[in-house]
Design a protein around this ligand. Structure first.
Ligand code: IMP
Ligand code: MG
Length: 182
């Protein structure tokens, strides 16, 4: 059973998430009219926002999936990403929309963006469901942001702690007791 005391506070309820996703979908639908849209989900954290957002994008599009991990400490602003699972579609000619769960230091996404630009897409934009602007180390901004949140460790709606909590339908602040602080 899920221990509800693991969550200190609900940050975004299911209803709030629905509103956010609807707004993002409307904006993206407007912006990508007439384009060659390929929506790319960065696994695993973006599965929920990906599935919900796609239903709010009222355009023809294709989808693909990619899994990456950052090399090194994660505090560096340069370096590269390790590809765990690559895309199956050749990016040339596509207008890519990268869908990510959360933009934190930004190291992963800025490195990934650099790597994908080498594949010559027609364009590449980023949609981050959550953004922690206070934590930014790399020079990167999301083109679409669901919600800006304070510098707290959050889980749910795809986001994990030690691979757990991804299935929560809301976003909650993880109780520090879970990771050994009180
Ligand atoms: P960064 O932007 O390169 O620092 O890394 C972003 C990644 O770190 C995200 O895709 C998440 O997997 C993870 N992450 C960052 N902040 C959180 C959080 O508050 N909860 C869960 N995962 C997080
Ligand atoms: Mg992630």
């Amino acid at each position: 059973m899920l221990n509800s005391s693991d969550i200190k506070e609900v940050l975004l309820s299911e209803e709030e998430i629905k509103e956010i996703v609807k707004r993002l979908g409307e904006q993206i639908t407007k912006d990508y009219e007439g384009k060659n849209l390929l929506v790319v989900s960065i696994l695993k954290g973006s599965i929920m926002i990906m599935a919900d957002l796609l239903r709010e994008i009222k355009l023809d599009c294709k989808i693909d999936f990619m899994a990456v991990s950052s090399y090194g400490s994660g505090t560096r602003t340069s370096g590269s990403v390790k590809i765990i699972k690559d895309l199956s579609i050749d990016l040339s000619g596509y207008d890519i929309l990268l869908v990510e769960d959360i933009l934190d230091s930004g190291v992963t996404l800025s490195n990934l963006k650099e790597l994908l630009m080498l594949r010559k897409p027609a364009s590449l934009k980023i949609c981050a469901f959550l953004d922690k602007p206070d934590r930014r180390k790399a020079d990167i901004v999301a083109d679409y942001t669901g919600a800006s949140i304070p510098d707290e460790f959050v889980v749910g709606y795809g986001l994990d702690y030690d691979e757990k909590y991804r299935n929560l339908p809301y976003v909650g602040i993880l109780s520090p007791s879970v990771y050994g602080e009180n």
